[in-house]
Ligand binder design. Sequence first.
Ligand SMILES: [Zn+2]
Ligand SMILES: [Zn+2]
Length: 238
Amino acid sequence: LPAFLVDGILLLDAGTIGSVLNLKAQSRIRDILITHAHLDHIKAIPFFADNLSTCGFYRTVSVRSTREILNILKENLFNGLVWPDFSKIPTTKKPAIRFEALFAEKAVQLVKHRVTAFSVDHKSPALAFLVENGKGKRVLYTGDTGPTERIWKVCSEKPLDAVIAEVTYPNRMSETAIQSGHLTPELLAWEMRKIRNASPIFLISHSKPLFLAEIKRELEMIERKGVEILQDGQVIDL
Ligand SMILES: [Zn+2]
Ligand SMILES: [Zn+2]
């Protein structure tokens, strides 16, 4: 499930945290950026918040997304029924998490990264994130999206080092992919052509386990270097 830790402190989506990171590594996280409210992208936040609040050496972690997406989390997950509201626990003064609203296409400076959110095309309101660090490295994380335009236009303006992209279905299921706001290897190849003046590496995730072998074969047929399927727990140096 999608969760990408950048420089040890910034987490892009939170499908899983504790299955890879020990408690010490978890306590270093300062910000979590949420692309959208689908369960596979937020599943670990409740247990992460619980871990933080009980371990005794936590700093309040900012959970960031648009107000619309954060409201979905507040109303349907941290509502005191499905899970306690950890934005008030252990204390309202120093809670485990804090919800912080982002605005599309308005960059924010976090501890070590500048982040800009862009709207993409998915079934639930969804974002992509452009992350830039102080050393000039730029990574785009698409989150979940079907064929889309804006992110590729913006990312053509300045070279990107890497794109973390989703490929959920194999080519034979392109109709399902488009209906549900996802990509196949062929659809991804079309998206790649929308980037001008740059050839970032593409790191692929979000493939349905049942189709992984098929998707892998189809990705190998894309005539482009630098396409790699990410493994659980893998570390990438840019
Ligand atoms: Zn989704
Ligand atoms: Zn998803």
